[in-house]
Structure formats: structure tokens, C-alpha cells
Design a protein around this ligand. Structure first.
Ligand SMILES: Cc1ncc(COP(=O)(O)O)c(C=O)c1O
Length: 338
């Protein structure tokens, strides 16, 4: 922890985020449920990336950055949060988004535009462009900024690198402090999180290992097969622990990831996800998103209903944000609910 405290940090969020009991929704699981409100981080429209960006942009500021470049899907929450963080710190955001420009801006793209983010669209003939292509585009933009006398900082896709991920070591410390007065910090706890670029899950794993908690962590993949996610999460968790001064390697076999709830692909709605969004809204007045948290909740409800949670004293669901996506998927969700 001492090493992390020596890292430059730009305070972007309001900590701790609330840990709220969800009594109505608990009934669907057969075990007490708490929601860790990472959607209430206090940056932009909220979400998990604030914890990573505090360290990445802390370093960027220390390095004298003037511009922040990052990348994501056209509706990326990470891109909007990076732009929010950049604006808050007086830096200029440049987003490299995969897709083609659209006339009508909704969801995160609307927020990107409101912040007058510079946007470069990268559109391959089909699907998402390879990460190498995107990285080249970001390097070209960075070179252009340098040529004009600026200092660019590139944040990787999803904000996932060891430096950003240390933010989630601190999140585990924060969570344990909140569980303590509830008498739950030494109990059997399951933490459930949606996983995309794997940084949030990896940071939680690193935090649990660093502080020797016995919490289990389930990563619900929204975009790739379990073996790919296991390897990446183990790698990022190990690098994060090393950066934070802990000598502990995480092996893929120690991790738990489910890829059964993705449906036909990243960002594609599933019936279970729509049901989970409705269930959270009806029971708790809680809003989940259709790309990340809705799928993670679909997994949790499925496991609760099939009796797989009976060994836990409580479940902590990481609400990682994504609210703007709800408004982008509005017509699909409305037609599902008809
Ligand atoms: C709302 C939301 N939840 C979860 C995630 C997954 O986080 P990670 O990319 O660190 O796996 C993201 C990533 O963009 C997100 O936007």
C-alpha cells in the first residue's frame, strides 16, 4: 500500500463509493446482496474507470501532459470517462473510436460531443479494427500533438494497464472497510463484476491477494471466451501486484470467469440481460446497462436461482456504471418490455 501511496494521483472521484444493501433483489438470489455503487464515482456520468484514471492521469500530469488520447468502441463508457477526466484536469481529450461517424449522437457519443472531444473514427470493412491498427492511429495522433508543441498521454483501451489497475487494489481495501461494521469482512463473500478489458477484475484479484482476503471473485465476460479472459486477467493482476510491490504471481487457474452470458457478441442484447435490467429496476429502482452490468446481473440471477450461491454469506455486485448506454439502447429495451 505504501508504494501505491507514492504514485502521483489526480483525485477525480468521490470516495468511498456507497455500499448499499439490496433487500428486494436479495430475494431472487437466496442470499444477502450488496451493491457497490461504482456507478457513483462522481466523474462524468459515473463508472469504474475513474479509479484507473486517477493514477494514469496523475502520472500524465506529473509528465506535463497537455492532451489525452484513448480508444474504445463507438459507445465506449471508458472513452467518455477519459474525456471527462481530461476536461476536469484542463487537458484536451482525443478519442479514437471504432465505427463510422453517425449523424444522430446518443448515449456516450452524445457526452463525448458535449465535451467537444476530438474524435477520430476508425472503421474496418467488418467488425472492430484490430488493436494494432488502433494503436498505430493513436501513435500518429500523439506524434502530431508533439510536433505542434503539445505533450500527449495515451491511455490504453479500457484503461487497462498495471498503473490504472492499482486503483482497484484500493477499491478492495475500501470495500473491506465497509464490510467490517456489517460483520462481513471475514465471511464467505462473492464479488461479481462485468469484465471487458479485464482490468477491473484483475485489480480486484490483486487487491484480494495483496490484503489476504478470502473473497471469491466472479468475472462475467461481456466480450470474449473464458480462456482468453483468464490469461489476460492473470497477466494484468500479476503485473499490478508487481508494480504495487507485492511478490505474488496470479495463475489463470486461480480465477473464475463465465462467458456464458455474452449472447451473440459484445453489445448484443440478450433476453436474460433485458430481464435482469427489468428485475433490478422493478425491485430496487436500480438501473443497469445492456452491455456490461445487465449481463453480469443476468449471470448472478441465474446462479442464485439455480442454488449456486448457497455457500456465501453475502454477494457484492460491482455496479460499474454504463448508464448512458441505457439511453442508446432505448428503442430495443422498450420493444423488449412491450
Ligand atoms: C460499465 C462497465 N462495466 C464494466 C466494464 C469492464 O471493465 P474492464 O474493461 O476493466 O474489464 C466496463 C469497461 O468499459 C464498463 O464500461
Amino acid at each position: 500500500m505504501k508504494i501505491i501511496q507514492s504514485f502521483p494521483r489526480a483525485i477525480l472521484g468521490a470516495w468511498p463509493t456507497p455500499l448499499q444493501p439490496a433487500q428486494q433483489l436479495s430475494r431472487y438470489l437466496g442470499c444477502p446482496l450488496y451493491i457497490k455503487r461504482e456507478d457513483m464515482t462522481g466523474l462524468g456520468a459515473g463508472g469504474n474507470k475513474a479509479r484507473k484514471l486517477e493514477f494514469q492521469l496523475g502520472k500524465a500530469q506529473a509528465d506535463g501532459a497537455t492532451h489525452v488520447i484513448t480508444t474504445g468502441a463507438i459507445q465506449s463508457n471508458h472513452a467518455h470517462l477519459t474525456a471527462s477526466a481530461a476536461r476536469k484536469l484542463g487537458l484536451a481529450p482525443h478519442l479514437v473510436l471504432s465505427g463510422t461517424p453517425v449523424a444522430e449522437k446518443s448515449g456516450n457519443l452524445l457526452l463525448d460531443a458535449l465535451m467537444e472531444s476530438e474524435i477520430t473514427f476508425v472503421s474496418p470493412p467488418a467488425g472492430r479494427p484490430p488493436l494494432d491498427t488502433i494503436n498505430e492511429v493513436m501513435l500518429d495522433i500523439a506524434a502530431g500533438i508533439t510536433k505542434e508543441g503539445g505533450t500527449p498521454c495515451i491511455i490504453p483501451e479500457g484503461g487497462t494497464d498495471a498503473l490504472g489497475t492499482v486503483g482497484y487494489i484500493l477499491a478492495v481495501e475500501e470495500l473491506a472497510r465497509q464490510l467490517h461494521p456489517l460483520g462481513l469482512d471475514q465471511k464467505r463473500i462473492l464479488i461479481v463484476v462485468a469484465t471487458g478489458t479485464c482490468g477491473t477484475h484483475a485489480g480486484l484479484v490483486a487487491g484480494v491477494r495483496a490484503q489476504s482476503h478470502s473473497f471469491d471473485i466472479l468475472g462475467v465476460s461481456v466480450s470474449g471466451s473464458t480462456p482468453i479472459k483468464l490469461n489476460k486477467t492473470a497477466k494484468v493482476a500479476t503485473e499490478t501486484l508487481q508494480l504495487a510491490g507485492y511478490d505474488h504471481a496470479v495463475e489463470p487457474g486461480e480465477l473464475w470467469i463465465e462467458d456464458r452470458y455474452i449472447g451473440s457478441g459484445y453489445g448484443e442484447l440478450t433476453e436474460e440481460c433485458c430481464n435482469a435490467i427489468t428485475t433490478a429496476a422493478v425491485t430496487e429502482g436500480l438501473f443497469l446497462d445492456p452491455v456490461y452490468t445487465g449481463k453480469a446481473m443476468a449471470a448472478l440471477l441465474d446462479m442464485g436461482q439455480s442454488g449456486q450461491l448457497s455457500k456465501y454469506d453475502a454477494v457484492v455486485f460491482m455496479h460499474t456504471g454504463g448508464l448512458p448506454l441505457l439511453f442508446h439502447y432505448d428503442s430495443a429495451l422498450v420493444s423488449f418490455n412491450k
